[in-house]
Design a protein around this ligand. Structure first.
Ligand code: NDP
Length: 455
């Protein structure tokens, strides 16, 4: 079996080698998951809940080790990585309460009793990206396990390390072998096999819109359930009556967090023209003050890009025509470094405003008034997240309702909480993760009629 060489983005050195899975490995993992399904779905709600708490405890015990592994492999600041592993623990705890709360309905009908059950789907295939490797995996793993499904998880070949650890941790925490299986290998081989496999009931995918489109088409062959969490080009709308300093100081974190490799990145900053100069003044200070460097240093706010390919792709958006307003800093030397960059003024028709750059480049787009702000915000095929900043409460709510996006924040750039639903409108995806809604995507509703007055 050949190996995947796992590269550390901050040094461009190989940090580990892991076996490269292929289609046969996927088939074997699906067979193990299918075999384990009957036993796992029969575990009592109380015991399944206890096992999920045990899994949360086991991850928690290794929090620092997993955070360091994630920080090195994904090139993300250690503070962010600690927060992400903390979220993994929180996600298992949140869904540990679910097995006892998978409620059905009773529906009044003639001649008997009608009731519904939330049944598990069976074997669920999960295909996840490299930007938040373990966190995004566990947004899927936790509700799927809680609902009684078994799992085959395919991490991105660039960042397989924490998922492979999770597979071992699950068994140490008491889950039976075969309940959670991980196969690291290329998407075009292992991911595709999962999508085609007749014994996989559902595929949960996070990644690019392009690959997501192919997965939806391929899944249609076996009428697989699919949830897709795809790209974004989200708008951060700043009205002139906002607390401009607060909006500007918060803006870099919302677009340069994870070096811009975030589907929720608010990479279009829409600023009301009358406030543009003041906003840009505050933004410049905030961007130039960002600490970009060694992911393992506590003070680091932004690390490198994930790969040499990503560096080349992101760099292609900074051509001679790009209206660079200012840039922050980035280290020289080995590693895939790119300084945070703000472009202004950008038209919403420009390539930088239309395409998901997935790197630390923000486009500032001036607008006049509420109507134009909403029209620009909605002029994109995407609809994942977004923000609106204003002191006018009614305007804030009008804009939040009018912008076609799955997740909005007012006077904040928060996108994701364990207890609230997350997912996209338009070409940003299908379905919702997290919160109570995720469970709907890992269960089927079964209706049972019991005749009590003859048949
Ligand atoms: P991809 O969409 O290619 O990768 C996401 C996952 O899908 C990976 O596990 C990948 O495997 C797998 N995959 C790739 N091709 C297939 C396939 N044919 N069938 C099944 N699974 C497949 O994203 P990239 O990593 O290539 O990033 C490219 C761009 O996608 C980024 O620049 C960004 O714009 C966007 N993106 C968006 C993300 C989001 O969170 N919404 C996350 C990541 C990327 P493997 O990588 O191992 O080959």
């Amino acid at each position: 079996m050949s190996a995947i060489e796992v590269v550390e983005p901050a040094t461009a050195e190989v940090m580990a080698e892991v076996p490269r899975g292929d289609a046969d490995d996927v088939d074997a993992a699906v067979a193990r998951a299918k075999e384990a399904f009957g036993e796992w779905r029969a575990v009592t709600p109380e015991d399944r809940s206890a096992l999920m708490h045990a899994l949360a405890d086991a991850v928690d015990e290794r929090r620092e080790e997993l955070a360091t592994l994630e920080a090195r492999n994904a090139g993300k600041p250690i503070g962010d990585a600690r927060g992400e592993i903390g979220m993994v623990v929180e996600t298992f705890r949140y869904y540990a309460a679910a097995p006892q709360r998978l409620l059905g309905d009773t529906i009044p009908v003639a001649g008997g009793v009608d009731m519904t059950f939330r049944e598990p789907l069976g074997v669920v295939g999960m295909i996840v990206p490299w930007n938040f490797p373990l966190t995004i995996a566990c947004w899927k793993v936790a509700p799927a396990l809680a609902a009684g499904n078994t799992i085959v998880l395919k991490p991105a070949a660039l960042t397989p390390l924490t998922a492979l650890e999770l597979e071992k941790i699950a068994v140490q925490a008491g889950l039976a072998e075969g309940v959670l299986n991980v196969v690291a290998g290329p998407g075009s081989v292992c991911g595709q096999r999962l999508v085609e496999h007749p014994d996989v009931a559902k595929v949960a995918f996070t990644g690019s819109t392009e690959v997501g489109r192919g997965i939806a088409a391929a899944a249609a062959q076996t009428i697989k359930r699919v949830t897709l969490e795809l790209g974004g080009k989200s708008a951060n709308v700043v009205f002139a009556d906002a607390d401009l300093e607060a909006a500007a100081v918060a803006a870099p974190g919302a677009v340069f967090g994870n070096a811009g490799q975030d589907c929720c990145a608010r990479s279009r900053i829409l600023v009301e023209r009358s406030a543009l100069d003041q906003f840009m003044g505050h933004l410049e200070g905030a961007v130039k003050g960002m600490s970009v460097g060694d992911p393992l240093a506590d003070e680091t706010e932004m690390g490198p890009l994930i790969s040499a390919d990503q560096l080349e792709t992101v760099g292609s958006y900074l051509d001679d025509e790009a209206p660079v307003a200012f840039r922050g800093s980035a280290p020289d030397g080995p590693g895939f470094w790119f300084a945070p960059t703000v472009l202004c003024p950008v038209s919403n028709d420009d390539r930088q405003a239309r395409e998901e750059i997935f790197g630390p480049i923000a486009s500032v787009i001036p607008f006049e008034g509420e109507e134009e702000a909403i029209a620009i915000a909605n002029d994109t095929p995407y609809g994942l997240s977004g923000s609106v900043w204003t002191r006018d409460g009614a305007k804030a709510l009008r804009a939040a309702r009018a912008i076609e996006t799955g997740v909005m924040s007012i006077n904040s750039n928060t996108s994701v909480r364990v207890s609230t639903p997350f997912g996209g409108f338009k070409q940003s995806g299908v379905g919702r993760e997290l919160g109570p809604h995720a469970l709907d995507h890992y269960t089927e509703v079964k209706n049972v009629y019991y005749a009590t007055e003859g048949s």
